[in-house]
Design a protein around this ligand. Structure first.
Ligand code: ADP
Ligand code: MG
Length: 687
């Protein structure tokens, strides 16, 4: 076994091409423990009570306990498979210790007459009352019992509990555990002191009965969770402050263009849209970059808010770019913006990967010269050869669909442009407060008027023919229909095949209707042709893979069929359903599902069936999946919390308040606190 003294002082070097044997430091690093200072913050998962001895006769099945016994005999048995069977007894009764994996040396250690302390969970077994793979250790007669509960830590292969426990104890004695939280704040928020909290969590006193443990340790856990949330808040708020300290161009509105747009718009802004626009407009006249997230459920009307922001940039002669995650969406934005803005005498540049080389070069030139003030496109906008003459505002739509790097790339097209990101994935409040603490948030919490809520129906696959009849009826009434093909995660080819089959079937079943097919493999001009035909009601039924998931807007479509709805995630179902209910017609979303349903699939369908509010769906989704999956740590670039729970709104709020105060009044302590908690993770957050 590696020696504790061989631990490195600094962070472990990242593994190069050569695989390194798993030394103790490497094993610790796998647990995220880079140095001795991290060990006290590696907290137990649970505890075992080795402070008392249970007589064998009092063993209760399923209740872990410690026994003090003597080995009667020990042998290797071969039935039902090779295993080590060790019979032990105390004065009150006998037990079997059973090991399925064992070393030959273990048989020697367990020689008859050896006295043992054994810890395990008794159960009735093949050989009588038994403990499977119990922890055991041989003892001398007079060995005293520990007076603390035994912590069980999260660990990794090759790192035993005993080693880890010893290392942590040593670190607890040696590490600097001074409280980073100023005394006054600690009292104000009724928080325990740090060092005693850690001590209690690592070694709860034996006086605590196991069933009272949670309650006894609650204040200590609260302090730890608070500290973790505080570190997150400090680092996000600090990143926010650092970006805010940079200079950005001031974009004063003249109102000429925005007034012009509003005058020609066929609708008036909702109160929520006006509020968001005002918040953005106020940011754009600041001499530091805007960092704002515009959040709004599908169909809440984010595009017009983006357009108004872009016009404000254009009014002062600066450029604005809008990047969307798919060609279809980018194209749709382009059309909308062109229709709105070209009457005002503006041209909108259009850039996607599928443009011909010569067209691309021409567009790039217009963007580089500043001739085009407004640009819309896909990732093509962030390619190296694209440079902007004076980019003042960078907008990213459906930001969750881009990676961190791509989102960064657009704003790097200028020194420090104002940034607006838009998201239709409603983020529950606590999540927004913690993971998006480095941004200002505007929320469109209101849908434009005249929308009728979408009626959702769950229909078993066996009744597909009835659904086809509904499709025919809807089209007879002049409405249009989306038919979404099943998601097949393993295989894009299979997904395409299914879509083509569905298309063929529907063409045959509905000969009087025009059916279109759109999927990710289509060339982009073919894709655009189908979408345009659908928009113009030349195609009545659009068979689609999930490419229509984000942003497509065809108000006359009032029926949506989602095949194998049980395979989709909640936010995806919500996004898809949001494609209908955009006009004034009563809209219906039919979720076709196939049996048997898994438990989570059943829950998802129930949630989507019972709820139409995106925020409520997101909240339940969060509860179902937990923040890790909900947000995707790689996607958000924010490391996940180990101990804290976002459901604890009050604690998140307290951490946020304390972070503000510490950054202002106790910056050094704030830095110490982050160093203690975040290790290398701050790097992510600077993004
Ligand atoms: P999303 O927030 O999902 O991006 P869009 O910007 O695509 O929503 O808007 C959805 C539809 O609502 C579009 O057809 C848009 O023109 C329309 N719309 C936006 N704002 C209003 C409004 N205030 N009143 C009526 N219709 C609106
Ligand atoms: Mg949109």
């Amino acid at each position: 076994m590696a020696d504790a003294r061989s631990r490195p002082r600094g962070k472990p070097k990242s593994a190069g091409a050569v695989p390194v044997p798993a030394t103790l430091p490497a094993r610790l690093a796998r647990l995220g423990l880079a140095g001795p200072g991290d060990l006290p913050f590696h907290l137990p998962l649970r505890y075992e009570d080795e402070t008392r001895i249970t007589p064998v006769a009092e063993a209760v099945a399923g209740q872990p306990a410690q026994f003090q016994v003597e080995v009667l005999d020990c042998e290797i048995a071969f039935r039902p498979r090779r295993q080590l069977i060790c019979r032990v007894a105390d004065g009150s009764g006998a037990l079997v210790l059973r090991f399925l994996n064992f070393y030959p040396s273990q048989q020697k250690v367990l020689s008859p007459g050896t006295r043992l302390r054994v810890f395990g969970e008794p159960r009735g077994g093949f050989f009588g009352d038994e403990l499977i793979h119990p922890r055991f250790r041989s003892i001398q007669d007079d060995e005293p019992l520990p007076d603390r509960l035994t912590p069980i830590y999260p660990t990794t292969a090759g790192l035993g509990q005993n080693t880890l426990r010893r290392l942590i104890q040593k670190a607890m004695d040696q590490a600097d555990l001074s409280d980073t939280l100023p005394e006054e704040l600690r009292r104000r928020f009724s928080l325990e002191e740090l060092a005693p909290s850690l001590q209690a969590l690592h070694q709860p006193p034996a006086v605590v009965a196991m069933d009272e443990l949670d309650q006894t340790l609650a204040p200590a856990w609260r302090r730890i969770r608070f500290d973790e949330l505080l570190a997150q808040q400090l680092s996000l708020r600090q990143a926010y402050a650092a970006r805010r300290a940079r200079n950005a161009v001031v974009l004063p509105p003249s109102g000429v263009l925005t007034d012009g747009l509003l005058r020609h718009l066929p609708f008036t802004l909702t109160a929520a849209q006006r509020r968001a626009w005002q918040e953005i407009a106020a940011d754009l006249v600041q001499p530091h970059p805007m960092q704002r997230l515009l959040q709004g459920d599908v169909g809440s009307g984010k595009t017009i808010v983006a357009a108004l922001a872009m016009l404000q940039a254009a009014e002062s002669g600066h450029q604005a770019a809008l990047m969307a995650p798919t060609e279809i969406l980018a194209e749709q934005h382009y059309r909308k913006l062109a229709a709105w803005l070209e009457p005002l005498g503006l041209t909108v540049a259009w850039l996607t990967g599928s443009l011909k080389k010569s067209e691309k070069t021409a567009m790039a030139k217009r963007i580089a010269s500043g001739e085009a003030l407004l640009a819309v496109g896909t990732h093509a906008l962030i390619e190296d050869e694209i440079s902007f003459a004076r980019l003042g505002l960078a907008i990213v739509d459906e930001q969750h669909r881009f990676g961190v790097r791509q989102r960064l790339a657009l704003k790097q097209k200028a020194a420090a442009p104002h940034q607006l990101t838009m998201s239709a994935t409603p983020i529950p409040r606590t999540l927004a407060m913690s993971y998006y603490a480095d941004m200002d948030v505007s929320v469109l919490d209101e849908l434009p008027p005249g929308r009728t809520p979408v009626l959702t129906k769950l229909v078993g696959e066996g009744r597909r023919h009835e659904v086809v009849v509904r499709v025919r009826d809807a089209c007879r009434e002049g409405r249009q229909v989306y038919w979404v093909c099943p998601l097949i995660e393993e295989s894009e080819t299979l997904q395409l095949k299914t879509a083509e089959e569905t298309y063929a079937h529907l063409c045959a079943e509905l000969p009087e209707l025009r059916v279109g097919l759109v999927h990710g493999r289509l060339r982009s001009d073919d894709k655009a042709a189908v979408m345009n035909a659908f928009l113009a009601n030349e195609v009545q039924v659009l068979v689609a893979t999930t490419v229509i998931e984000v942003g497509v807007d065809v108000p006359n479509a009032s029926l949506m069929i989602i095949e194998h709805a049980e395979r989709f995630g909640l936010s995806q179902l919500h996004q898809l359903r949001g494609r209908v209910g955009r006009g004034s017609a009563e809209s219906v979303c039919i979720l076709l599902y196939a049996q048997p349903l898994s438990e989570t699939a059943r829950q998802r369908l129930k949630i989507i069936y019972e709820n139409t509010d995106g925020f409520e769906i997101a909240r339940q989704d969060l509860a179902l999946r937990g923040p890790g999956e909900f947000i995707g740590s790689r996607q958000s670039g924010v490391p996940l919390l180990r101990y804290a729970q976002l459901e604890d709104t009050a604690l998140v709020e307290a951490a946020r308040a304390v972070a503000e105060i510490m950054l202002r009044d106790h910056p050094l302590r704030g830095a110490q606190h982050m160093a203690r908690w975040l290790r290398g993770a701050e790097e992510y957050l600077k993004a």
